[in-house]
Write a protein that binds this ligand. Sequence first.
Ligand SMILES: [Cu+2]
Length: 124
Amino acid sequence: MFIRKNKNWFILGIVLKIILSVSFIGIAQNQKRTTEEIKIKTSAICEMCKDRIEKGLAWEKGVKDVSLNLETKIVTVKYRTTKTTPEKIRLAISKLGYDADGIPADTKAYEKLPSCCKKGNAAH
Ligand SMILES: [Cu+2]
């Protein structure tokens, strides 16, 4: 009787371990799914713009990776859906002085940009 009781505890232990590891796998997969990628059209012109946007966004909460293609002016941002939203990222780009999709550049930030980085200039 006593031995049997011990065996039951042993089985219960195994069952608990299985339940725990299954839920850990679930959490791990969930974290994977919370990372999304968006492409945002900006008004970047030169390497300085690229640097400014990439470094500026790198400090944004929830942003994991930023890479701007100067030929297309499209910035690819990897972000955590639990920490930020595409809207917040576009706003952050606007606050750096650049257009982001439909959101125009923040006027004050835009005025602070070096003249070579202002819209309408050709790449240099
Ligand atoms: Cu520039």
